[in-house]
Design a protein around this ligand. Structure first.
Ligand SMILES: C[S@@+](CC[C@H](N)C(=O)[O-])C[C@H]1O[C@@H](n2cnc3c(N)ncnc32)[C@H](O)[C@@H]1O
Ligand SMILES: [Zn+2]
Length: 328
């Protein structure tokens, strides 16, 4: 087991002693197994186990050809596809300045298979429910730990930065407060957090989707991976303020223009028979998805159009938000 952060019992915060392939709490005697180097503080989750295992690669770091390099640089700066990574990179630059002061320790909450971008700013600890995902995250992170975000096995003020991508929208409303309490507890004073949060929305696609509650539950909530805790963007942002975080930056992620794959995941099903416009959108998305150059060009245009459009849209029209906050 590699770990540069101290672990503690998630239930009583007692000290842990390593005994062969397990950790034992010296205060309450709870036993936590270590499986393939991954300390396990919770039972396997039947919904998430094996669902999100892919590792996000670093953004085009290995391209040598100068023309491709210039193209992809432009792509990173404007495309819809890199909107989220752009936000993260800017926040990380800020984090890296802070990192100079001390060894930076980052928590990737609900890490799935991990994100190589994060490893550029410090030692990353990934936590998730799924062991299969953690086995991949372990290949690029300093430590991978199986635990529930509501009950973290770290002492107070352990991390300089916490990030989560597409996780908070998965946390059911009844567990949300506990997750925020835990994030606030394990983040150092002056530490920062970056979150990409999938949200409920008041935009036209969501209003259309909700006209068919059964389809909505299936395609907006379940089959997309388990959006069991979606909240409107304003509410999702207000949670950080409620917990005393200072909002450094907050922006809408997707609003009306989505990736072609997004339209397909959501609408390439019974929804198609409900509207001609939706059927046309699905057809066009399939064509765009088939040709990578066309897909790249559409992503560039969509990025520019989204930046322009979002200026005129209400915050609750977003279907996801990007948030950068600090604990003062
Ligand atoms: C949509 S995936 C995102 C994975 C990764 N952050 C990414 O960007 O690819 C959501 C992840 O959150 C994890 N997750 C959901 N609820 C969790 C909880 N209560 N505690 C820890 N992880 C959780 C799931 O196991 C899943 O890997
Ligand atoms: Zn204990």
């Amino acid at each position: 087991m590699r770990s540069m952060v101290e672990l503690c019992c998630p239930h009583c915060r007692g000290r842990l002693a390593q005994e062969n392939n397990q950790l034992r709490c010296t205060a309450c005697n709870a036993i936590y197994p270590i499986v393939d180097g991954i300390p396990c503080f919770t039972a396997a989750d039947t919904w998430y186990e094996g669902r999100f295992t892919a590792t996000h690669p670093a953004v085009y770091r290995n391209i040598q050809n100068p023309i491709f390099k210039a193209f992809f640089k432009g792509f990173q700066v404007v495309s819809l596809t890199f909107r989220r990574d752009r936000f993260l990179i800017l926040a990380l630059r800020h984090g890296r300045r802070l990192a100079k002061k001390s060894g930076h320790v980052v928590l990737d909450l609900g890490c799935g298979g991990g994100n190589q971008l994060l490893t550029q700013i410090g030692s990353v600890v990934g936590v998730d429910l799924s062991l299969a995902s953690l086995k991949n995250a372990q290949k690029i992170y300093t430590a991978a730990i199986q635990c529930d975000a509501t009950c973290l096995p770290f002492p107070d003020e352990t991390f300089d930065m916490i990030v989560s991508f597409d996780v908070l929208g998965h946390i059911p409303a009844r567990e949300k407060e506990q997750v925020f309490r835990e994030m606030h507890r394990v983040l150092k004073k002056g530490g920062e957090m970056v979150h990409g949060i999938e949200t409920d929305s008041e935009n036209i696609f969501w209003r259309f989707g909700k006209r068919y509650p059964e389809l909505f539950q299936r395609y907006f909530v379940e089959e997309i991976g388990g959006h069991f805790g979606l909240e409107l963007p304003r509410r999702a942002l207000a949670r950080f303020v409620d917990y005393g975080f200072t909002v450094l930056k907050a922006q809408m992620h997707y609003t009306l223009i989505w990736e072609p794959a997004g339209y397909l995941i959501t609408f390439d099903n019974e929804y198609k028979s409900k509207s001609l416009v939706i059927r046309a959108l699905v057809g066009a998305s399939k064509v765009v998805n088939r040709f990578w150059l066309l897909k790249a060009a559409v992503s560039l245009l969509s990025g520019v159009a989204t930046d322009f459009l979002n200026r005129f849209l209400d915050f609750d029209q977003a279907t996801g938000i990007l948030v950068h906050v600090r604990k003062d």
